[in-house]
Ligand binder design. Structure first.
Ligand SMILES: Nc1ncnc2c1ncn2[C@@H]1O[C@H](COP(=O)(O)OP(=O)(O)OP(=O)(O)O)[C@@H](O)[C@H]1O
Ligand SMILES: [Mg+2]
Length: 446
């Protein structure tokens, strides 16, 4: 309907313009004919009644004419029809203009010619008509075209309807195949998918892929959590039973101590598992495109652990020769990574040892390392560090065996390589090499 209305409006305006052009030409012709008639009229003779009738005859609207002498005023015709504000030069083509006569809009053609019988006088000949006839013609043209236009629009509508239906029928097999799937997240790019739809199916495949790995991650998390919590929970039950039966204050204190240790272990396991799952589900594009200056971030993070280190009897230090070391990455993830490395140092190096965090920059790389002078890890086990749940046998201490796996995963999507070495005087060195990035705009704290 809207199309039809728009098309009708455009047709009407076009037809009106066309009708105006033809009527204007006729009006000018009439003015010229009247001028010619005047030239042939003997001096002093008036227009005949027939001539007046012909000039003023119009079955649909009204026609007017007037002949004015510059000297004597109106000679013949309607007095209401005023000459143009700027009269044209004598013997020039007629001018056309719109005006209002007796509250009706009219169109006037006017021309000026010398008075044949009085050389110093000029005559203005004006012919005018109301606008009804022009509009009527435009309406007629419009009425002629409406049926064709309606038919055309209906035909296009039918074609589109048919085309869309036909096109969508091609998708029927795909729709049915997808409806039959239940938990299958395999890619859908089959041979029979129409070429136009393939970008869509490829996008859905990408989504399926991400969903699949997320579901895997979730399943693994649930399995790991169940496995990790089973041991501490069993221990808790044993010690709770003991508590009920025990009477001696010494044994009670021991049972409570065991319970506290087990609860701590369970909560550590849970939070480490959550961290690992979070790190694994982070995509490279999730890393806000943030440039970080490690030479201001790392000392800050090390500073946060100093009190804890003092309490554990460990000398925690920071060394750096880099004035600025910019990398792309996420500060919170880097904090998680460094926390796990410092945590291991504090936990396994033993009282009285030193844990040193170092930062340096060389050849487009930013080098971050955490070194301690504790017992270290036997070289046979170095290659296994970073595996989920791997703990060095006889390594002692409580832990879930996930810290280095978390660190490795975070390093990975920062594009950093993570390596383990044994320090020369014993102890473990964990080393990270980040690709350096151009300095960011972030203001560096003094
Ligand atoms: N600095 C270190 N010195 C000696 N042994 C270490 C050091 N860092 C890690 N290890 C050994 O590597 C193992 C794995 O460390 P990881 O941080 O992955 O797990 P965790 O410390 O046992 O548990 P958590 O998930 O609580 O950190 C540890 O159990 C420990 O035996
Ligand atoms: Mg650890």
């Amino acid at each position: 309907m809207l199309l039809l209305m728009a098309s009708a409006a455009i047709t009407y305006l076009g037809a009106l313009a066309y009708s105006n052009r033809i009527h204007d030409r006729n009006l000018v012709d009439s003015a010229m004919a009247l001028a010619q008639l005047l030239n042939q009229l003997p001096a002093g003779e008036k227009l005949t009644a027939q001539a007046r009738f012909l000039l003023e005859y119009d079955p649909y609207g009204r026609n007017y004419f007037s002949i004015r002498s510059m000297r004597h005023g109106l000679t013949t015709g309607s007095d209401e029809l005023q000459p143009p504000a700027h009269s044209p030069l004598p013997d020039r083509p007629a001018v056309l203009y719109d005006t209002v006569l007796l509250d009706r809009k009219i169109r006037v053609a006017s021309l000026v010619l010398p008075n044949r019988y009085e050389p110093s006088d000029l005559l203005t000949v004006s012919v005018a008509e109301t606008l009804e006839d022009r509009r009527r013609r435009a309406r007629e043209i419009l009425l002629l075209t409406i049926p064709t236009q309606t038919a055309l629009i209906l035909a296009v509508f039918a074609l589109v309807w048919f085309g869309v239906n036909y096109g969508l029928r091609e998708l029927q097999p795909l729709t049915e195949r997808l409806a039959r799937r239940e938990h299958d997240l395999a890619p859908i790019t089959d041979a029979d998918v129409p070429e136009e739809v393939q970008p869509l199916t490829r996008t859905i495949d990408g989504l399926f892929g991400r969903l699949h790995s997320m579901l895997n991650l979730q399943e693994r998390f649930i399995a790991d959590a169940a496995h990790q919590l089973r041991t501490p929970l069993a221990g808790l039950r044993v010690h709770a039973d003991r508590l009920q039966r025990l009477q001696s204050a010494e044994e009670t204190a021991d049972a409570i101590g065991q319970i506290q240790r087990l609860v701590e272990r369970a909560s550590r396991s849970t939070s480490q598992l959550l961290s690992l799952t979070r790190a694994q589900s982070t995509q490279v594009h999730d890393l806000a495109d943030q440039t970080i200056n490690l030479s201001s971030l790392i000392p800050e993070l090390v500073g946060l652990r100093v009190h804890e280190a003092i309490a554990a009897g460990i000398d925690l230090g920071y060394e750096s020769d880099a004035a600025a070391a910019w990398i792309h990455g996420s500060p919170t993830q880097l904090q998680e990574l460094l926390d796990n490395l410092i945590d291991n140092g504090l936990r396994y190096a033993g009282r009285g040892s030193m844990v040193t965090v170092r930062l340096s920059q060389a050849m487009g790389e930013v080098l971050l390392s955490v070194e301690d002078n504790g017992p270290g890890v036997p070289s046979a086990y170095l290659s296994q560090l970073g595996e989920r749940f791997f703990r060095v046998p006889g390594g002692g201490g409580d832990g879930s065996g996930l810290g280095l796996a978390i660190a490795q995963r975070i390093a990975e999507y920062h594009g950093a390589a993570l390596r383990y070495h044994s320090a020369s005087q014993g102890g473990l060195i964990v080393e990270l090499r980040f690709p350096a990035s151009p300095p960011g705009r972030e203001h560096e704290p003094g």
